[in-house]
Design a protein. Sequence first.
Length: 306
Amino acid sequence: MNAKKAFTLVELLVVISIIALLVSILMPALGKARFKAKMVLDLANTKQIGFAVAVALVDTDGVTPFITNQYATMFHDHVPAKESLISLALADYVGETAQQDFDPDEAWLGFSGTSKVAQYASKRMPKVFSCPFVRDKGASAFGFFPGDPVDIEGTVYQTADVQGQIESYWPTIRGINRKTSSLYSPGLTALMGAPHGAPKYAMLPWNRGYDFKLSGGWESSATYYSMVQRKPVKWESMLKDFGGVSPAEAAILNCAIGQWDHWSDTPRYNQISNYGSHGKGGQGGTLQLMLDIHVEWVEGTRVGWM
């Protein structure tokens, strides 16, 4: 009777080496496939939000849903959540609405991972408003977190990552005219040096804040809020004011999880957000939704201020 022959140690090592070699060959390809799948989903999310915006504009005869600073409802009791978060402003057009403990007509104060905004984002927010590249969904807080400095052509820039569970797609709240840098704050793009922050496309705001030439973080103050909400926005009529651009050259929404450059040179706001994210051809960038509802990838240095 023949005894079953066992693998020798050398044979086992050879098999393990072959498996390790195959894994090392396949892992980059799998990583690229995962990245491409996430980019496709990110594109689909942005496009679906665009369709919701288009339907909303038909319902309101072209008047844009009013949204002030995304963080305003977390800090100010005069700002209802539905006028701070795009998922609530468009709730009637995406098939889901906040209910029970999430009243969109109330302010959702608080900024921690246990705040109402964070709970809504993790439990009730439609998935279409969450980018597949979101970092650290279970964080105890959300917002900008300092990253490592990067050296770009001899200049060192501070970076920051948007982390935690929060809306990923941010509407423009400061109008940007691509020909003059900004109707809101001219000249700020110079802080990092060209082309950082110099917009490739005009960016149309969701409120009339650019009319008031205010600076700093005033877009959520009570005075500013009362002024801008009395002036409805019609994007089509803004195109001439924003450089005479066409709807295909006017951005209305951005994926905040991709790379984009801040104008501020203070450590509080850093300079480059999500460095390298959504990369293409060795450059980080992000997706922008245009007024004609097409979506375009834009290099991070050319996104402008969100």
